[in-house]
Design a protein around this ligand. Sequence first.
Ligand code: SF4
Length: 244
Amino acid sequence: AWGKDLVKRVPYLDLVVGPGMLARVPEYLKQLETRKVPIVDVRDQDGIFTLPSDLVTSSGNHSAWVTVMEGCDNFCSYCIVPYVRGRERSRDGDDVINEVSSLVDQGVREITLLGQNVNSYKGSGGGFPGLLRRLHEIDGLYRIRFTTSHPKDMSDELIETIAECPKLCEYLHFPVQSGSSRILKKMNRGYTREDYIDRVRKMKELIPDVALSSDFIVGFPGETEVDHQYSVTLLEYVEYDNIF
Ligand code: SF4
């Protein structure tokens, strides 16, 4: 409804595209060369999606960013993402492999896989660990990074995959937001302090040189000094390499 309203209210607007359809912008721009009527496409893509092959790019550098999923289903109480970026959808696994292979052919040696919640990726057999193992097989690709991982989706299988595949960097951004289970519940994060510590313990056990970074929210509504101290002690326990 917003899209149609916008073209009425802004007469010089030719194109309105929602975040789920951004990949189609080049196609729509081409259509607009001959078409006189505005184009409005604010549909959400569901499930598995592909990106047009002519969107595959190389920056000419040795590293590149590759989208593997978009959107989020988690609805953390403080976050706007699920409302503006839409529900979670994963990019087709073969599509990702083809893009990365093409980037490697162009000289890229390091990729960073992108997604709001990469570790809940579902676009290929074996989920995110399965995709990582397939990427690990690509000759000429030396380093694989990914961001961002949600603590509730950090499975044993994923940690084992990182430990077993040397091309996977031992650096993980692993946002906790708070060290207090009471505040985590208010945030609707889907894990407790104990769950998070359990995942960190597993990572430190299997990946000896693991480097961790995190996000913290300080002063969340209702947070007490006790809750804050839970964040401080968590921070001391994990010994992050970097925090936001
Ligand atoms: Fe926002 Fe991340 Fe929570 Fe999704 S998981 S709602 S993107 S903070």
